[in-house]
Design a protein around this ligand. Structure first.
Ligand SMILES: Cc1cc2nc3c(=O)[nH]c(=O)nc-3n(C[C@H](O)[C@H](O)[C@H](O)COP(=O)(O)OP(=O)(O)OC[C@H]3O[C@@H](n4cnc5c(N)ncnc54)[C@H](O)[C@@H]3O)c2cc1C
Ligand code: FES
Length: 350
C-alpha cells in the first residue's frame, strides 16, 4: 500500500499515512491530537484546511462539509484519505490536564453480555492488553461486516484490560439489531480500536460537576464517576439519568449504593413517563427546576443529539455557557442522513 507524508501545521509534525487510511487515524495513532467527535464524517468537528496536496474526501456528509467548503479546500479528515503528500492546518490546542493517548487496535473476548434494561445491553470485554484512555472516551467496535460503530467506555481507565460498553438497540440498525442484539454471544472474539474523542473528564476544573446523561449516555458518566473515586480528586458531583420509565433505569442499584457510600456524589433519576421520588420530567425540565442558576458549575452532557441540545439549552437559561459545558452526541446513521448532526457554533465544546 502506498503511503504519503501528511504535514500538520502549525505543529510542523510529519506523519506517514497509507492511501487506505484516514488522515485523522494516522495522526491519532502517532499521538498528534486533532479535534474530532463522531469519526464518521457526520458532525464536522474535524474540519481542516488542506493547504497543499490531493486527497479523497471520502464519505463526508454533505451537511457537515458544504459544497462551498469543499471548493475552498476544506476536508473532514476523519473520512479523507491522502492521494499525495499533504499539508493540513488543524486546531491543535488542548485543554489543560487532558492527556493524549495514541489510538491502537485491540482484540479481546466478550466475557459478559447482559440485558441491563429493555433494549440496553451491557458488554464486558477482556482485551488482550490494557487500553490507556481518559474517562469519557470511546472505542470503535468492529462488526462482523467490517463496519465500525463508536461506543463510549463505561469502565474507568484504572480498570486494567477489561472494558465495559452499554449499547442501546436501534430498530433496523446493522450493528445493534443486526448483530449485538441478535448473534453476539459470550466468548466471541471482539475487535476494537481506541481511544477516541475529546469528551473526557477535565480534572483541572475544580467547579462542582453536573453529569447529565440520556439513556446509554450514562456509559461515559459511569467511567468518570469511578475515575473521580479512584483519583480522589475531591469534586462534588450530581448525576441526572434520563429515561422513560423505572424499568429503563439501569445501573440503578449500583448508583444508589454508590451515592449512599460517597457524600460527594448525588444521583437523580429523571423519568419522563412516570413519577420518581415525587417528580416526573425529562432531565432539562428537572435541571431547570433545580438549577435556575447553574453558573459556577461544569457540565458534561451525553446522549442522543436531541437530548444533548435540550439539556444544553436548559443550562444556558441557567446562565451556564458553552465554555463550561462539554458534550458528546450519540449520532447514528439516521442523524447523518437527516443532516441534523452539524453544530456550527465555534463556542460549543465537545
Ligand atoms: C461518539 C459516539 C459515541 C457513541 N456511544 C454510544 C454508546 O456508548 N452507546 C450507544 O448505545 N450508542 C452509542 N453511539 C451510537 C452508536 O455508535 C450507533 O450509532 C448505534 O448503536 C446504532 O448503530 P446501528 O448500526 O445499529 O444503527 P445505524 O446504522 O447507526 O442506524 C441507526 C438508526 O437509523 C436508521 N437509519 C439508517 N440509515 C437511515 C437513513 N438513511 N435514513 C433514516 N434512517 C436511517 C436505522 O434504521 C436505525 O434505526 C455513539 C455514537 C457516537 C458518535
Ligand atoms: S469527527 Fe469528522 S465529521 Fe465528526
Amino acid at each position: 500500500m502506498r503511503t504519503h507524508i501528511v504535514t500538520v501545521e502549525p505543529l510542523g509534525a510529519e506523519i506517514e499515512c497509507r492511501e487506505d487510511q484516514t488522515v485523522l487515524d494516522a495522526c491519532l495513532r502517532e499521538g498528534v491530537w486533532l479535534p474530532h467527535a463522531c469519526t464518521h464524517g457526520t458532525c464536522g468537528t474535524c474540519k481542516s484546511q488542506v493547504l497543499d496536496g490531493d486527497l479523497d474526501l471520502g464519505d463526508a456528509s454533505p451537511y457537515a462539509l458544504l459544497e462551498s467548503e469543499r471548493d475552498e479546500g476544506a476536508a473532514l479528515i476523519c473520512v479523507a484519505r491522502p492521494r499525495s503528500d499533504l499539508t493540513i492546518e488543524g486546531e491543535v490546542d488542548r485543554d489543560e490536564g487532558v492527556d493524549i493517548h495514541p489510538v491502537r487496535d485491540f482484540t479481546g473476548t466478550l466475557t459478559e453480555l447482559q440485558d441491563a434494561a429493555p433494549d440496553v445491553r451491557r458488554l464486558g470485554i477482556e482485551l488482550d492488553r490494557p487500553m490507556v484512555f481518559n474517562a469519557g472516551q470511546y472505542v470503535q467496535l468492529q462488526a462482523p461486516s467490517g463496519e465500525t460503530r463508536p461506543y463510549s467506555m463505561a469502565s474507568a481507565p484504572s480498570g486494567g484490560s477489561r472494558i465495559e460498553l452499554h449499547v442501546k438497540r436501534s430498530p433496523g440498525g446493522p450493528a445493534t439489531d443486526g448483530w449485538i442484539f441478535r448473534d453476539l454471544a459470550a466468548g466471541d472474539r471482539i475487535h476494537v480500536s481506541g481511544p477516541y474523542g475529546q469528551f473526557s473528564f477535565r480534572p483541572a476544573r475544580n467547579e462542582p460537576v453536573l453529569l447529565l446523561a440520556g439513556g446509554t449516555g450514562l456509559a461515559p458518566m459511569k467511567s468518570m464517576i469511578q475515575h473521580i473515586e479512584h483519583t480522589g480528586s475531591g469534586h462534588q458531583v450530581v448525576l441526572y439519568h434520563g429515561v422513560s420509565t423505572a424499568a429503563d433505569l439501569y445501573e440503578h442499584s449500583w448508583l444508589e449504593r454508590f451515592a449512599a457510600e460517597h457524600e460527594w456524589f448525588t444521583y437523580r433519576p429523571a423519568l419522563s413517563r412516570e413519577e420518581h421520588a415525587g417528580r416526573r420530567g425529562r432531565v432539562p425540565v428537572l435541571l431547570a427546576e433545580d438549577y435556575p442558576r447553574a453558573a459556577g458549575h461544569v457540565a458534561y452532557i451525553c446522549g442522543r443529539p436531541e437530548f444533548v441540545t435540550d439539556t444544553m439549552k436548559a443550562l444556558m437559561k441557567g446562565r451556564l455557557f458553552p465554555r463550561d459545558i462539554y458534550r458528546e452526541d450519540f449520532y447514528d446513521a439516521g442523524d447523518r442522513a437527516a443532516g441534523t448532526s452539524v453544530i456550527r457554533s465555534p463556542l460549543i465544546r465537545r
